[in-house]
Ligand binder design. Structure first.
Ligand code: INI
Length: 164
């Protein structure tokens, strides 16, 4: 579950982030996990040549606020991509479904409305153990780091096909 099944001959994307400006919006709720995602995202961006000065990090209260912040950054201008980070862990009530669902829908809405790639780097897990396993330090599985790769790949697509 949740593992991208890769074929042996999979075509690797060209990931060159030099000159790209990327916003990272991070939810504070469950910040022991989201800090690990943020580490991964920054590490991933740096590894692809995105300059430190071209990465803007903004914290918001929780995953529910991430889409609004993503839209706010995009409307300010100059961003090639936004990475949304958060961690929603299932509790005893239906709150989880609203927060996780609206965050995902909101991020997709912002991406399609603005034409700027918005990456869903929000963990939605049953428990803390699952969240820890998806936010590992360098060399391990980290959804923030994967989000950085997705951001640069999608921003590259937009650069190849600018609006007419
Ligand atoms: N926000 C999260 O990012 N993760 C959660 O697990 C979570 N839970 O479980 O409640 C959560 N709630 C806060 C929400 O994102 C908003 O900040 C809050 O509802 C105010 O709008």
């Amino acid at each position: 579950m949740g593992i991208d099944q890769q074929s042996a001959g999979r075509v690797a994307p060209m990931l060159d982030g030099a000159g790209m400006r990327v916003g990272v919006v991070c939810g504070r709720f469950n910040d022991t996990i989201t800090l690990r995602l943020l580490d991964g995202a920054v590490r991933g961006l740096q590894s692809m040549g995105v300059a430190e000065a071209d990465v803007a990090v903004e914290w918001v209260p929780g995953a529910f606020e991430v889409p609004f912040a993503a839209r706010t950054l995009i409307r300010s201008g100059g961003f090639d991509a936004i990475i949304g980070l958060g961690c929603v862990i299932r509790g005893d009530t239906s709150h989880y479904d609203f927060v996780a669902g609206e965050c995902a829908r909101g991020l997709q809405d912002v991406e399609l409305e603005t034409g700027v790639p918005v990456i869903f780097g929000v963990l939605t897990t049953e428990d803390v153990e699952q969240a820890l396993a998806r936010s590992e330090p360098a060399g391990g599985h980290n959804v923030g780091e994967e989000g950085a790769h997705t951001a640069v790949e999608m921003a590259t697509l937009v650069r190849r096909y600018p609006p007419a």
